[in-house]
Design a protein. Structure first.
Length: 202
């Protein structure tokens, strides 16, 4: 089972997540988001020993200039939430990144879009809300492809992760459900969620 936590603060949340062996640590570069991090905070990330964790830059249609100036050397993955094509994914991969491509799912037809992006390293099936913590439609969870490269986001919590796991999902992306106030991760909730995941694994 793999876990990604998104919307982290570079100085406040990173060490905890590394220590808890969270697989993917997501940092948001989207000005409209309450979790947007300032470019000046990127340099803080170089202070950490990532161990087995990966740093992910969460973006929407990033330009080559933005990637080269801010992301190269600081992140392992770029997560794409925009209108990026298969060709654009390849261009970004050629800059030295692995790619998470997010697909917004309204209906069963949306799920099949993942086939357009087979060159992405990870496909993230997300609710249309973009950070608004909409619940992923339960009737569609069983329609998702199963495998290590397919992740699910959308109102996953300590309370439902075990049931979703039983439906075949083994890669979870969380953000707002690990907060007590908008944009601020609750360290108790993170620890509690990871404890639950470890319990399921064992």
């Amino acid at each position: 089972m793999k876990i990604k936590i998104c919307g982290l603060n570079p100085s406040r949340d990173v060490k905890l997540c590394i220590d808890l062996k969270v697989n993917y640590l997501g940092f948001v570069f989207y000005e409209k988001s309450p979790r947007n991090i300032s470019l000046s905070d990127i340099k803080i990330l170089s202070n950490y020993d990532k161990k087995s964790s990966n740093f992910v830059a969460v973006t929407v249609n990033p330009s080559d200039e933005f990637i080269k100036k801010n992301l190269i050397g600081n992140f392992d993955f770029i997560q794409l939430h925009g209108s990026e094509t298969k060709k654009r994914i390849m261009e970004i991969k050629n800059m030295g990144f692995k790619i998470i491509k997010a697909i917004k799912v309204w209906s069963i037809q949306d799920i099949d879009k993942y086939k357009e992006f087979e060159n992405a390293d990870i496909i993230l099936f997300d609710t249309p809300g973009m950070e608004k913590s909409l619940e992923f439609p339960k009737n569609l969870i069983t329609k998702l492809p199963i495998g290590a490269k397919y992740a699910l986001a959308g109102s996953i919590s300590e309370d439902n992760v075990e049931n979703i796991c039983k439906l075949g999902v083994n890669f979870f992306d969380l953000s707002s459900n690990l907060e007590s106030q908008l944009g601020y991760k609750d360290h108790h909730k993170i620890k509690s969620f990871i404890n639950k995941v470890n319990e399921i694994k064992n």
